[in-house]
Design a protein around this ligand. Structure first.
Ligand code: R1P
Ligand code: URA
Length: 237
């Protein structure tokens, strides 16, 4: 058992899906996995292990923001030997090239977080997805006839940002969407030599101001979840 996850060693699969919302973790486990067991309820940050197409998969809530997600990612890598960690999240679109409910596969993640400034004092580290996982996700989506955007995201520390003009500058440099965790996830995966990927569904649009309803979000999440599950089992651990 780690400090924040109540699992014994072996109860968490080498491949883990990582949504921000612990209730999304529950929904994913109940909807897509068979033979499901819940291995942690600490802080109601649920984690489940089950089977998908014959392979063991876990789903662990990360909480919101890099401070929370980094705790769970660190413990999954360091204490449970997790090899593949795929964020399945929501994001805001920063450009009209991306529409509401579209899926973004995040190649890289810029950030305003202090985490990597503390870690790499004086160096601007570039947190990047695992290429094989990214390729498996994109190939799988194309084979299923699903359209995804592949590009950069911004992982912001502030959901309510007093300087939104700084975020819009990132859009001028090609960033497609804003979320809050991918940068820490990619950095920690690199630190531990593991694979990570972030796949995000656009839940709101910062340019058009459109938002999704809870019901719409659930049905569009289905595309993202199947892309993530198939990519997870499609890459060796
Ligand atoms: O839907 P999730 O995965 O939580 O992701 C996004 O939603 C939360 C903000 O509402 C942040 O965690 C952000 O990254
Ligand atoms: O972090 C996030 C997540 C969804 N939508 C946003 O605007 N920001």
């Amino acid at each position: 058992m780690s400090i924040h996850i109540a699992a014994e060693k072996g109860q968490i699969a080498p491949r883990v899906l990582f949504p921000g919302d612990p209730l999304r973790a529950k929904w994913i486990a109940e909807t897509y996995l068979s033979d499901v067991s819940c291995y942690t309820e600490i802080r109601s940050m649920y984690g489940f292990t089950g089977t998908y197409k014959g392979e063991q998969i876990s789903v662990q809530g990360s909480g919101m923001g890099q401070a929370s997600a980094a705790i769970y990612a660190h413990e999954l890598f360091a204490e449970y030997d997790v090899q593949t960690l795929i964020r399945v999240g929501t994001c805001g679109a920063l450009t009209e090239k991306v529409k509401l409910r579209d899926v973004i596969v995040a190649m890289s993640a810029s950030t305003d977080s202090q985490m990597n400034r503390l870690r790499f004092h004086g160096i601007d580290y570039a947190p990047t997805a695992d290429y094989q996982l990214l390729r498996a996700a994109v190939d799988g989506a194309e084979a299923a006839g699903l359209n995804v955007h592949v590009g950069q995201v911004f992982s912001g520390d502030l959901f309510y940002n007093d300087r939104p003009e700084l975020v819009s500058r990132t859009a001028e440099y090609g960033v497609l969407g804003i979320e809050m965790e991918a940068s820490a996830l990619y950095t920690l995966a690199a630190k531990f030599g593991r694979r990570a990927l972030g796949i995000m569904t656009v839940s709101d649009h910062l340019i058009t101001k459109e938002v999704t309803s809870a019901e719409e979000r659930q049905s569009t999440f289905s595309e993202m979840i199947t892309i993530a599950l198939d990519a997870a089992i499609g890459v060796p651990v």
